[in-house]
Design a protein around this ligand. Structure first.
Ligand SMILES: Nc1ncnc2c1ncn2[C@@H]1O[C@H](COP(=O)(O)OP(=O)(O)O)[C@@H](O)[C@H]1O
Ligand SMILES: [Mg+2]
Length: 203
């Protein structure tokens, strides 16, 4: 079988579990190469995608998965690549959120992004494992039009994943995680997520 050749020019980013590259023959996709072939987080995500395939196919938040490919760097997992309207890879939320006080218009824009994320997240009740905002990308689909996408750390490590089978369990868990995200944002970005806005963002 021929292998796809990935080189370092295609590198997008890397976290604790996998390195992400632009797909060498389809720039609308990316390929993730796990640092270890038997990575627990990758297995967890694949189990979630298998059991909840229908729900995730309808998701606005979660990127589409296209199966695996052989590459020169080992087995790769092919996903939709999160890109802006101009074709550039979108920023993750950590890069999107300013650490200094933004002007009023920018602050309003950030609040809109977070409120839209809230309504998407609590409608889709996606199972996530932590509140690391580097796994949320902010996609600029048209100039000044933003949409949050979840690219990593979905699923649950528990043996009996009730949240996969029961909507009420998924909803309950999603609300808990959402409030955890809001609390983390309020603590880490006090200039953006003020106490008043946090109260509005919480569920
Ligand atoms: N679907 C995607 N489209 C574009 N960039 C992505 C995508 N998924 C991940 N990335 C980038 O690659 C980085 C590492 O990928 P990620 O799946 O978060 O790996 P890890 O499990 O190691 O944290 C992310 O922080 C992000 O910058
Ligand atoms: Mg990550």
């Amino acid at each position: 079988m021929t292998k796809l050749i990935i080189n370092e020019n295609l590198f997008i980013g890397s976290g604790g579990h996998q390195a992400t590259y632009v797909h060498p023959i389809d720039a609308t996709k990316c390929i993730k190469i796990p640092h270890s072939p038997d990575d627990g987080d990758v297995r967890k995500e694949m189990r979630y995608r298998q059991i909840c395939a229908g729900k995730l196919a309808r998701s606005r938040l979660v990127t589409e998965f296209f199966g695996t490919v052989e590459t020169n760097l080992g087995l790769g997992y092919v996903f939709e690549r999160v890109i802006d309207y101009d074709g550039k890879t979108s920023r993750d939320m950590k890069k999107f959120l300013p650490t200094t006080k933004p002007d009023a218009a920018t602050l309003q824009q950030i609040w809109t992004v977070l409120l839209t994320f809230k309504s998407d997240f609590l409608r889709e009740n996606i199972a996530i494992v932590d509140t690391d905002i580097e796994n949320f990308m902010v996609q600029e689909t048209a100039p000044e039009v933003f949409r949050v996408r979840i690219v990593d750390n979905i699923g649950t490590p528990v043996l009996i994943p009730l949240v996969y089978w029961f909507d009420f369990a998924a909803a309950w868990k999603a609300r808990r995680y959402w409030n955890r995200i809001v609390a983390w944002l309020a603590q880490s970005y006090p200039l953006l997520v003020t106490p008043e806005f946090a109260a509005q963002l919480k569920t």
